[in-house]
Write a protein that binds this ligand. Structure first.
Ligand SMILES: O=C(O)CCC(=O)C(=O)O
Ligand SMILES: [Fe+2]
Length: 282
């Protein structure tokens, strides 16, 4: 039995200090017997003084508070010139953070109507400026909550990353439209053209973040639905469209129920459906 034990020890390279290798137990100062050589004897030299306080977690990029919550894809798919999709960009904790940011605000979600008076099949709230499908950005006195600084810094990181792949100008958002689609929600084909003419002419990009159930998203440079392209936007995906794609037609054809990550609703409490944030610069 004892023999087996000493064989086993020999398979593992002992951590020895230079003192120890010389046959001396540095901790006790005595000469070691040959058989003790294979045992690990604590030595002061085995403890390296940390210059930094010990930390259980690996240090993260302090210049980017989102670095722990995002994963950057090396070659994200380009959907069209000026349009890029970062698949699964926000991890689960990042998605929960966004739900919390939206839920914390005083602004109530409302169900706006389109110019014909029909209710849109979504609930909406805004950060920065209020938007209405009939009047565009309104200044009717009701103050929307300011755009949370976390979303501004997230946009900064996303734009920098997108510029590695797309020829688009920088953008610092001052508006965020937040849409929530129930499982039967949708959004008709449209262009995002209520921002300032300067913003549109320069092709300042829109960042669109998807959380919750998957959406079937249509897009293209035509109003003809049969000629549009289609992509599935899943929880955590981030779409960027600017430059040549700034005025691209797009819409949400349908929500695919029960496709949201189950942990997302358990952790954040997000209802069944899809949350979409679109960050823009007026
Ligand atoms: O929900 C989406 O993915 C699109 C939202 C959108 O196009 C908009 O709010 O203008
Ligand atoms: Fe839009």
């Amino acid at each position: 039995m004892m023999k087996n034990h000493s064989r086993l020890y020999r398979l593992i390279r002992p951590m020895v200090s230079s003192h120890f290798a010389g046959g001396r137990d540095a901790f006790h100062g005595g000469i070691l017997k040959q058989q003790c050589y294979l045992h690990i004897v604590p030595s002061r030299d085995n403890y390296v003084e940390d210059t930094e306080p010990f930390s259980l977690i690996t240090p993260h990029d302090t210049t980017n508070t989102w670095s722990r919550w995002t994963t950057i894809e090396r070659s994200p798919p380009k959907l069209a010139p000026g349009m890029l999709l970062f698949k699964n960009y926000l991890n689960l904790l990042g998605q929960v953070e966004i739900v919390d940011l939206c839920q914390k605000q005083d602004a109530r979600f409302c169900q706006p109507s389109n110019p014909s008076g029909a209710k849109l099949r979504l609930h909406m709230m805004c950060f920065g400026r209020n938007w209405d499908p009939v009047t565009g950005y309104t200044s009717d006195g009701s103050e929307p909550p300011p755009l949370p600084h976390q979303l501004i810094s997230l946009a900064e990181v996303i734009i920098k990353e997108a510029q590695l792949h797309l020829d688009i100008p920088s953008m610092c958002p001052d508006i965020c439209l937040v849409n929530f689609y129930r499982p039967d929600g949708r959004l008709g084909l449209h262009q995002d053209r209520d921002e300032s003419s300067c913003s549109l002419e320069r092709g300042l990009p829109v960042i669109s973040i998807s959380i919750g159930d998957t959406a079937e998203f249509l897009y293209g440079h035509t109003r003809d639905e049969n000629k549009l392209d289609r992509v599935l936007l899943e929880s955590g995906d981030v779409l960027v469209y600017g430059g040549n794609a700034r005025l691209i037609f797009h819409g949400v054809k349908r929500i695919i129920p029960y496709t949201s990550p189950s942990l997302l609703s358990r952790i954040s409490g997000l209802k069944s459906g899809r949350l979409n944030l679109s960050l823009r610069q007026f």
